[in-house]
Write a protein of this length. Structure first.
Length: 322
């Protein structure tokens, strides 16, 4: 009949018990449940066997409950109410009234390129929502799985099973130079690139691609400054003749803020996609869906249409609504 152990009542029998108790009629119960009277009789016999009591007896006024039925109707209705609550539609996320913290793991570059725009939009739509930026490191997968983090933004090719991903935009590489650089005009040759002094930024998730390209072209840069992050980079480039090689989005953002020249990178460096990642456990969670939709609206529209696909196990689904 079902997969429940023999000491548990089938929910459909509990529902019959409730309806029959309310109506006192097998005929009326069959109508309300959309079943035939023979089916109602069969179910009632099963219920009687499991409970060990007749539960209802025929009288001129209809099916009258036994004392055992009177004792069981309250607990039975509590169980049915609990099952209804389990099956209830998950409450919607209302950004206008929500009071919640979202933790987003992101790279240092995303602090500059994505976070200000996202924060402005969140404040406009969800004034009581708090954002927290977390690190994009080897612990991201566990943080997403546990719910410690809601999303991860950036280039994270190591994220795999159980993690959904959506491409927000593609990245290539550019170089930045002082707009008044004494030896560089509107273009940058590979020979000039080799000769100039460079700034490097502590490796982010995409820096391995740059290092691989340098090695493939046999280019060994003359590095005069190593920085742990992007803080101060614009000021350094705008006040010196050093150059730096960066992904385009962070490069153009810094160039606009500091009046720098953006130059095509003279060597071919493999590009990558900036993505948002979330765990399958929270794929349908309304708040997570809202935040993902916001990011897709903000950044996919500015770059290009991107498809959503799960990295491994979960079935593919639309990223914004699902």
């Amino acid at each position: 009949m079902n997969d429940l152990p023999p000491d548990l009542l089938d929910p459909k029998l509990l529902k019959l018990f409730d309806v029959l108790y309310r109506t006192g009629s097998v005929t009326r119960s069959a109508e309300l449940l959309g079943l035939s009277q023979p089916t109602i009789s069969i179910w009632l016999q099963r219920l009687r066997r499991q409970v060990g009591d007749a539960l209802f007896v025929r009288t001129p006024e209809g099916m009258a409950p036994t004392p055992r039925a009177e004792a069981l109707i309250g607990p039975a209705r509590e169980v049915l109410d609990g099952l209804r609550r389990l099956m209830a539609v998950q409450p919607a996320f209302d950004p206008a009234t929500a009071q919640r913290r979202f933790r987003i793991c992101m790279t240092d570059a995303s602090h500059v390129t994505l976070l200000p725009t996202l924060l402005a939009r969140v404040r406009a739509e969800a004034p009581d929502v708090r954002l927290e930026a977390g690190r994009m490191d080897d612990g991201v997968a566990q943080a997403l799985a546990s719910g410690e983090a809601d999303l991860a933004l950036g280039y994270a090719p190591w994220l795999a099973s159980g993690i959904y991903q959506q491409t927000l935009y593609a990245q290539d590489w550019v170089c930045l130079a002082n707009s008044a650089h004494p030896r560089i005009g509107k273009t940058l040759s590979l020979a000039r690139y080799r000769q100039e002094a460079h700034v490097t930024v502590s490796p982010g998730t995409g820096q391995g691609l740059l290092e691989a390209a340098l090695a493939a072209h046999g280019v060994e840069r003359r590095v005069l400054l190593d920085l742990p992050g992007f803080l101060g980079l614009g000021a350094v480039i705008s006040s010196t003749d050093l150059i730096v090689t960066l992904p385009r989005h962070i490069g153009e953002t810094l160039a606009q803020a500091s009046g720098l020249t953006v130059l095509a990178c003279p060597l071919k460096v493999e590009g990558f996609d900036v993505k948002q990642h979330w765990h399958a456990r929270y794929h349908e969670e309304p708040g997570n869906r809202w935040l993902r939709g916001l990011l897709a609206e903000l950044f996919m529209a500015r770059h290009r249409t991107a498809a959503t696909r799960p990295a491994a196990a979960p079935a593919a689904a639309a990223a914004r609504a699902r």
